[in-house]
Design a protein around this ligand. Sequence first.
Ligand code: FAD
Length: 479
Amino acid sequence: MDNTAAMTEAKRKDPGYRPVNERLKDYEAVERQLHDGDVTIQSSRCMECGTPFCHAYGCPLANVIPEFNDCVRRGQWREGLEILLSTNNFPEFTGRVCPAPCEAACVDGIYGDPVTIRQIELALIEKGFLNGYLSPLPPKKRFNKKVAVVGSGPAGLAVADTLNKGGYAVTVYESARRPGGILRYGIPDFKLEKWVVERRISLMREEGVLFETGVTVGEDLSYRFLKQRFDVLCMACGAGEARDLDIPGRNLTGIHFAMDYLCQQNRKVSGEAVPSSELIDAGGKNVLVIGGGDTGSDCVGTALRQGAKKVLQLEILPEPPLTRSASNPWPLWSQILRSTHAHEEGGERRWAVMTREFVGDQGRVTGVKCVEVNWPASEDGSAMGPVEKPGTQFEQAADLVVLAMGFTAPTRNRIVDDLGIQLDHRGNIQADRRGMTSMAGIFVAGDMTLGQSLVVKAIADGRRTAHGIMEFLGENKLL
Ligand SMILES: Cc1cc2nc3c(=O)[nH]c(=O)nc-3n(C[C@H](O)[C@H](O)[C@H](O)COP(=O)(O)OP(=O)(O)OC[C@H]3O[C@@H](n4cnc5c(N)ncnc54)[C@H](O)[C@@H]3O)c2cc1C
C-alpha cells in the first residue's frame, strides 16, 4: 500500500479528553484512545525519513518508530508490537504518560503537526494485551545468579524485567505497600489508572520476578544480609528529596509537599485507609500550588476533583513562548507553553511570581505574600533573575498550600550512607558506563542517578543498567 496520499493529505488526529464536567466527578483516565482505523491513518502519516530523528534523537529508548509505524500501516500489528517491545519493556506506561520527545523530533513537526507516535505505541500494546500476545513468557533457562533490585518504580521494574528475561533470578524489594514507585503513588489515576501498573506486575510475577513489598532496604534489611544472598544489588530508589521553600511561616500547618498530597489521593482511590488525622483535603479551600511543572498540574487536577473553592498555580519563571524561539530549534525538545488537561479543568496560572512569606492565623496558613519578578537577560543572553518588580507585592489567600518545586537529591538510603557510595557533582549517585556505583557489585538505575527525570528515561536507564549487570556477572565478579 502506497502511503504518499496519507503523508500529504491526512491531518494529525488526537483522541481528545473526556468532557470536563464528567471527568471532574471521578479519578478515571482523562485521555481517550484512538480507534484502530484512526491509528492506521495516523501511522500512514509517517514519512519513514532516511534519518529518523524520532528514533535516533528524540526517544530515550531509541524506539524503532518508523518500522512499527510501517507495520501498523500494513495491518501487521503483532510484528509492530514485537518491534516496540524490542526496545521498550513497558509501552503501556509511556503510551499514557510520556511527554513524547519523539514527537518533538518528528520531521512532520517542522512545518506541520508531528505523527501521533505516543498514541500508536499505546494502541500497539493494548491490542497486544487484548489479543493475548503478552501471555507470561518465563525464561527457558535460568542461571544460578541472583540479583536484588531495591525500588519498584519504572527503573527498578525495567532492570528486573530485562534481567529476568535474560535468565537471572530477580527479587524486587519495595518499601511501599504496593509496587510501582511514582507510577503507583505519584502519577494520579486520571493520567494512569492503577490496573495498568498491576497488570504489568502480575505478568512479571508470573514470569518469575519476586516482589517483596513493605520492606525498606537499609532499615529492615541490611547490606550484610543482601550480600550473603545475592550476587548483585541494584539501587533504584528514585529522587525523593523534595525541594523545600525556606521562607518565613514555613512551619504553619496546611503546607504540604506535592508527593505527600498526591500519594495520599492515589492511596484513597485504591481503597487504602488514610487516618483522618493525616488527611490533606482541598474540599472548599483556596488552594495554592507553588511550582508550574507537571507535578504542580497533577496537584491542580487533584484539588479540583476534591472540590477546591479556587486553585492557583504559581511559577517563578516567566511564561514560555507559544512557539519555538530561535535559540530552541527543531529537533530539540520544544520549550513552549504547555497546558495539561488539568489546566482545562479550572484553576488559574500565574508566571514570574516569587513567594516571600507564608502568613497564618493560630498556627494555620491563611495566605502567601508574593511579588512579581523580571528575568532580565545579561549581555551573553543568559537570564539574570529573578529581580523583584517594584510595587507589585500582593497577598494571596490560601488555606492549603502544595509545594511542587521538584526534587533535589536521591531518596536517602542507609546503604549509600554507610558504604560511602560516591555521589556526582549534582549530588546524585555516581555510576559508570554499566550503571555500577563506586562499590563493585552495587549498581544504580533511574532517578537516583539521573536526577528527577521521566518515566521513559527511567526505563531506558534500567535497561542500560540491566545490561551492565549482565556484563559484570559475565565477568563472574561476585558481590
Ligand atoms: C507527581 C509526579 C508526576 C510525574 N508524572 C510524570 C509523567 O506524567 N510522565 C513522565 O514521564 N514522568 C513523570 N514523572 C517523573 C517519573 O515518574 C520519574 O522520573 C520516574 O518514576 C523515576 O523512576 P525511578 O524508578 O527511578 O523512581 P521512582 O518511581 O521514584 O521509584 C522509586 C521506588 O523506590 C522505593 N524505595 C526508595 N527507597 C527504598 C528503600 N530503601 N527500600 C525499598 N524501596 C525503596 C520507593 O518507595 C519507590 O517505589 C512524575 C513525577 C512525579 C513526582
